[in-house]
Design a protein around this ligand. Structure first.
Ligand SMILES: *Cc1c(COP(=O)(O)O)cnc(C)c1O
Length: 366
């Protein structure tokens, strides 16, 4: 599959913008993280949602000893299954009602936090004579998805009565919405909840899913991880970063993603706009410093394709000035860029997210 794709890029040698993806770097990070986490008996769901179900990356993930591949879109899971990716799949976002039958037929696990949804999932599973495996999410402080700890018993009692639901385990998600840090305190709380459920209901929970890439420091510093035996990891595999430290993790590699965009206009122009200032296309009022005349260039890419806050020019002296939906403007301190020249950028998660979805951006794997 990978070589067929490479073949087709040969016909596209002049096509920009493009995002160049190093499968080697991603593989290095995945292998390293799997090795580290295995030392404390933690399994990994490799989260692929940041790269829009790339079948090349999904294939790479599936060739390693992962628990499953995770995505928040059931469509993406279906695409990966149709591409023949040999892995189990975990739906990371509690399902919407129209997704339930697809969840039963395509997701090996789904994260859930509403009894009404779980009841409907049970009915959908019954229709296909299947069992749907769920992980019940517990709210431990970040205030995104999860049932309140005080309601655990009531939920479990009701779930246990649903014949076509298999309670695979419990989980929690921190950091994402409010930046609440995974600590021994909240992780021990999750372990204690798991223990209590098992004792009270005389069941075994396979999966105690402690969180995401942001659990790295907790994991690294923990002498014992309690009952936590599973994490859902995206960012640190793809970017080698620790979202809490906001920096690269020693031993992992960054810059798996590189953007190349083409200069479509390059001129010396003023830095200060002329005329009566109103609002931009996106309703902002830019504040611009007068730096005199400058080398300005326009690239054939825009906000439709990427979040410019997530891209950093590789070449020193180049700086991003701004962008509209389809034009990106940069300044070049040292020289006037050539029309047709290619400018490269390193990327963070927020830029890659949109670039991978954009049909206007060519994806090249190296
Ligand atoms: C996105 C997501 C993850 C992965 O987060 P990273 O920071 O990329 O590791 C894990 N769990 C859930 C529920 C998610 O939505």
């Amino acid at each position: 599959m990978r070589s067929a794709w490479k073949g087709s890029t040969i016909n596209n040698v002049n096509v920009f913008p493009r995002i160049i993806i190093s499968l080697e770097i991603i593989e290095h990070n995945l292998e390293t993280l799997l090795r580290w986490y295995r030392e404390k008996d933690i399994q990994i769901t490799a989260v692929i949602k940041g790269v829009c179900a790339s079948s090349e990356i999904a294939e790479l993930f599936s060739n390693h000893n992962i628990h499953s591949i995770g995505d928040s879109h059931i469509q993406s899971i279906k695409i990966m299954k149709d591409a023949g990716i040999d892995a189990r799949f975990m739906l990371l976002r509690p399902p919407m009602r129209h997704e339930l039958e697809d969840v039963v037929n395509n997701a090996d696990f789904s994260l859930n936090s509403e009894i009404s949804t779980i009841t409907r999932l049970n009915a959908a599973a019954e229709k296909f004579d299947k069992k749907a495996s769920i992980i019940l999410m517990i709210e431990l402080g970040d205030l995104r998805e999860g049932i309140l700890p005080t309601r655990v018993d009531e939920y479990i009692a009701r779930i246990c009565k649903l014949a076509n639901i298999h309670l695979a385990g419990i989980g929690t998600n921190l950091v994402c919405l409010n930046g609440i840090k995974p600590t021994p305190n909240n992780m021990n709380r999750l372990s204690a909840i798991a223990q209590k459920i098992e004792e009270k209901f005389d069941i075994h929970l396979d999966i105690i899913s402690g969180g995401n890439s942001a659990n790295y420091q907790w994991f690294r510093d923990a002498d014992q991880v309690g009952r936590v035996n599973h994490l859902r990891i995206g960012e640190s595999i793809l970017f080698g970063t620790d979202p809490i430290a906001k920096s690269k993790i020693d031993g992992l590699k960054g810059n798996a993603f590189l953007l190349s965009a083409e200069v479509i206009e390059s001129k010396r122009k003023a830095s200060l706009p002329e005329g009566i200032p109103t609002f931009t296309a996106f309703g902002d009022k830019p504040r611009i410093k007068d730096e005199g005349e400058m080398n300005r260039a326009i690239l054939g890419i825009g906000l439709q394709d990427l979040d410019i806050k997530g891209c950093k020019p590789v070449e020193k002296g180049i700086r991003v000035i701004g962008a509209t939906s389809d034009h990106m403007v940069i300044a070049s301190r040292k020289r006037l860029l050539q029309v047709g020249e290619i400018v490269q950028f390193n990327l963070t998660y927020r830029a890659v997210l949109r670039l991978m979805i954009s049909p206007y951006v060519l994806k090249v794997y190296s």
